[in-house]
Design a protein around this ligand. Structure first.
Ligand SMILES: Nc1nc2c(c(=O)[nH]1)N[C@H]1C(S)=C(S)[C@@H](COP(=O)(O)OP(=O)(O)OC[C@H]3O[C@@H](n4cnc5c(=O)[nH]c(N)nc54)[C@H](O)[C@@H]3O)O[C@H]1N2
Ligand SMILES: Nc1nc2c(c(=O)[nH]1)N[C@H]1C(S)=C(S)[C@@H](COP(=O)(O)OP(=O)(O)OC[C@H]3O[C@@H](n4cnc5c(=O)[nH]c(N)nc54)[C@H](O)[C@@H]3O)O[C@H]1N2
Ligand SMILES: [Mo]
Length: 755
């Protein structure tokens, strides 16, 4: 899926600090490659600034008012990838059939550059051919109106979509009469939302940057910081310097869990002075996080018998529910089980528990290493259990802090992308917009794929993203998409989802974050919400990649007018001036009161979180301890727990190169990182070709062939490799019963030498 390698594969340990000059060089290389040195450099200064500029589309880490150049290598790569001078034109589509493009690798598809005009699939010639915007909207409108039921269409959202576009999109979908709204969150942080909602009544984290700057202990679980949330490195280094303790929990010791040089700290760059980013690394086995957390809680509770300060009885008494039962559960969980399931020694777990006990304020942070598991919800609820024991909630420097993925994935949910919306949300939306929303729950990602496969969903709309390649069980998903009457993809670049299409298919090209969005009332801004619930404006300034591009709100408005000719929603009027959309949002959405004024403050505004104020919207009105038993994550002998993850040079399904600098890999993506003893047992040497077979929950088997084994410091019987290369191994039935999230980190695999 990456580019054709430019040389033989290499694997050398990475021995430098994270970020620093390696990152600076990485930025320069990518700007040179995209021929965007001047414009790109200028863009850096416009990114993540309090006084305007655009929000970096790279990740959802919050912006910091005090950091003047709050950028990172991967954010820059991402921006340059969008700002490329290359164009995918009608001539390009005339030259290549869709079948031919299907054979290209995913890197090369996107490397053709920005899409320039709407295209429609012509089955007679197997080419995409130009279509006017009006005809494209009409094709969508006619097809949707010819369906027997609105539930025969499903509307996907990728987490890049702005709040304003999101709001209009969900309004259109609900006016059409369905809640079929799968989104990338279904594969990402669904477990976090569900767990936090159940435990503390608010489905998002409670921390902000100030908390990160004042905490005394930070636990970072299942995040590859230096690659996927690089701006977090600044806060790790700063925390370390002021004496806070940092514990990383990850089967791999990632570069961000060692030391770093922060690029905007010029003196450190010049003197090459690195700052450690970790006090303790716990190499948990895949899926073993909950056992570790239970062990920490058990230790803290044991100490509380003699040390009254080990827990916070007043907090527990006043704000929580279910403590006694949880205490008993911890007592009843044996250390043997905890050690076996976590893959960690009791002594190591005690070390983490001591750090937790000795800190007055602790933050526990997590990402996909925790969520994409069968027991993701239980594990995150265990995170909250542990925090509650010492009252680490509702006060400065403490709390749960999930690291979200896409730059506006949190905002998408806040603004209504939800396939099972609450009654309260719909009531308010209906009142503000004069519509009657459907009340029955809609389809999520897995449900949509199943329904397309059965023929129950006939129209698929992808608002951004790359659904075909991001979803599990690619072959099954491809087949399901191909059964559709119509597939519509709103995109910036050519990708797999355009080539795996319905009988009719549209590619609708849109403006990117960096580009100027000119409407009747002038240049428009949109807003996004980061991982810490801050909502702020983003305004692009670059000339659009093509005159024919429309903004995402304008595309939604066009689709809506065609599909809902009798709608009383002022779709066109909204697009003339996005302040009008925001005025409606301020009436329809909780926390967005006085939206237009508040969002124009220097760093925007923070959405109020009841749990932060110790108001718990749970059935008991208190924070609820969860008493789930430890899951058994150990596999029978011979099987390996296999996880899929990102390399340093990719952004989800967008692959920039075949390198993974921090893991020391060059020219190779079809690999599997293995423990050397597991390799020896299987007669494997470095770069031995292997076949990997997974067994799905329903017993079906899937294989990939001739991947190369790479010896790596990873726990026994655990292995990891890259998405999307390993995605064909995830069966559609392999999703968590707690979160409906695909098990992207926890496959049951056999790895054998390829002969
Ligand atoms: N540059 C860049 N930035 C990105 C993205 C990108 O692709 N590129 N993607 C964005 C998106 S959408 C998201 S959701 C985030 C993803 O950010 P991450 O969650 O960092 O994503 P992954 O690469 O999947 O890495 C998962 C990490 O979890 C670890 N892990 C695997 N299994 C376990 C386990 O059982 N327990 C624990 N504790 N750890 C485990 C892996 O070793 C790895 O370090 O990043 C966002 N930011
Ligand atoms: N095996 C495996 N699979 C995974 C994961 C995993 O860890 N393992 N992670 C999952 C996760 S966390 C996520 S979030 C999903 C990601 O799933 P998606 O969000 O669906 O996928 P992306 O790769 O982020 O989408 C890339 C495409 O977005 C389009 N794009 C880029 N910018 C814009 C824009 O501004 N507007 C519009 N309209 N389009 C734009 C481009 O055409 C580009 O090709 O993948 C999931 N899939
Ligand atoms: Mo994600």
């Amino acid at each position: 899926m990456g580019p054709v390698p430019s040389g033989p594969p290499r694997a050398h340990p990475y021995t430098h600090p994270a970020a620093g000059w390696g990152a600076a060089k990485g930025v320069l290389e990518v700007l040179l490659k995209e021929k965007e040195l001047v414009a790109g450099t200028e863009a850096v200064f416009r990114m993540n600034q309090a006084d305007g500029g655009f929000d970096c589309p790279g990740c959802a880490w919050p912006d910091d008012e005090t950091v003047k150049m709050d950028i990172c290598e991967n954010g820059m790569k991402h921006v340059a990838w969008e700002m490329t001078h290359k164009r995918t034109t009608r001539e390009f589509f005339a030259k290549h059939t869709v079948s031919e493009l299907y054979e290209w690798n995913d890197h090369d598809l996107e490397a053709e550059g920005r899409l320039t005009e709407p295209m429609v699939y012509d089955p007679a010639t197997d080419h995409y051919v130009p279509i006017s915007w009006a005809d494209a909207f009409k094709l969508f409108g006619d097809t949707v109106r010819s369906l027997d039921s609105p539930h025969q269409a499903s509307y996907y959202t990728s987490g890049r979509l702005s709040n304003e576009a999101t709001f209009l999109y969900q309004l259109m979908v609900r006016e059409l009469g369905t809640n079929n709204m799968p989104d990338c969150s279904n594969m990402c942080h669904e477990a976090s939302g569900r767990a936090l909602k159940a435990s503390i009544g608010t489905g998002v984290g409670t921390c902000d940057l100030k908390d990160w700057q004042t905490t005394e202990a930070l636990f970072v679980m299942g995040v590859n910081v230096a690659t996927n949330a690089p701006r977090m490195l600044t806060y790790l280094a700063e925390a370390y310097r002021r004496g806070a303790k940092i514990v990383h929990v990850n089967p791999l010791i990632e570069a961000g869990a060692t030391e770093t040089i922060i690029p905007h700290e010029i003196i450190d760059m010049i003197t090459m002075r690195a700052t450690p980013t970790s006090n303790l690394n716990l190499q948990v086995r895949i899926g073993g996080d909950m056992a570790l957390l239970r062990g920490m809680a058990k230790a803290v509770l044991e100490w509380s018998a003699t040390d009254p300060k080990a827990i916070d009885p007043e907090f527990i008494e006043r704000y929580t529910q279910g403590f006694e039962e949880y205490k008993r559960l911890c007592q009843d969980t044996s250390w043997d089980d905890i050690e076996a399931q976590s893959g960690l020694s009791r002594a190591d777990i005690i070390k983490a528990a001591q750090i937790y006990r000795d800190a007055d304020r602790s933050i526990i942070s997590w990402c996909l290493g925790v969520t994409q598991h069968e027991h993701g919800v239980s594990t995150i609820r265990e995170i909250v259990n542990l925090l509650l024991l010492r009252g680490n909630l509702g006060r400065e420097g403490a709390g749960p802090s999930p690291v979200r993925g896409h730059s506006n994935v949190q905002g998408n949910r806040t603004c209504g992308i939800d396939n099972h919306p609450s009654e309260a949300f719909l009531d308010r939306l209906d009142e503000a917009c004069g519509i009657t929303s459907p009340r029955e729950a809609g389809l999520d990602t897995i449900g949509t794929i199943q329904a397309m496969s059965r023929g129950d969903v006939k129209v698929f709309v992808g608002m951004g993203g790359n659904f075909a390649l991001a979803s599990p069980d690619n072959m099954f998903t491809y087949d399901a998409l191909r059964r559709c009457e119509l597939t519509v993809q709103v995109s910036t670049k050519l990708n797999r989802s355009h080539l795996v299409h319905g009988k009719k298919a549209l590619i609708l090209p849109c403006l990117g974050r960096t580009e100027k969005d000119q409407q009747k009332a002038g240049a428009q801004s949109v807003s996004v919400e980061d991982s810490m619930s801050m909502v702020h404006l983003s305004r692009g300034s670059k000339r659009p990649a093509s005159k024919q591009l429309l903004s995402e709100p304008a595309i939604v408005s066009g689709l809506a007018r065609a599909a809902l000719p009798d709608s009383e929603t002022p779709w066109e009027w909204y697009i003339e001036d996005y302040d009008r959309i925001r005025d409606t949002m301020s009436k329809a959405l909780y926390g967005f009161e006085d939206f237009n004024r508040r969002v124009r403050g220097p760093m925007g505004f923070r959405i109020r979180q009841p749990a932060r104020e110790l108001v718990f919207l749970t059935p008991s009105g208190r924070a609820e301890f969860c008493v789930d038993e430890l899951p058994d994550v150990l596999l029978e002998p011979g099987f390996i727990s296999l996880g899929t993850m990102r390399s340093h040079d990719q952004w989800n399904t967008s692959i920039y190169s075949d390198n993974d600098r921090y893991r020391g890999i060059r020219n190779l993506r079809t690999l599997v990182f293995m423990n050397k003893d597991d390799m020896r047992e299987r007669g494997l040497e470095e770069f031995s070709p292997v076949n990997i077979t997974t067994t799905a929950k329903d017993g079906s088997k899937r294989s990939v062939y001739n991947f190369l084994a790479v010896a790596y410091d990873v726990p026994r019987s655990c292995a990891l490799g890259y998405m999307p290369e390993l995605t064909p191994l995830i069966g559609l039935c392999d999703y968590s019963l707690q979160s409906d999230q695909p098990l992207m980190k926890q496959l049951k695999a056999e790895i054998v030498a390829a002969v």
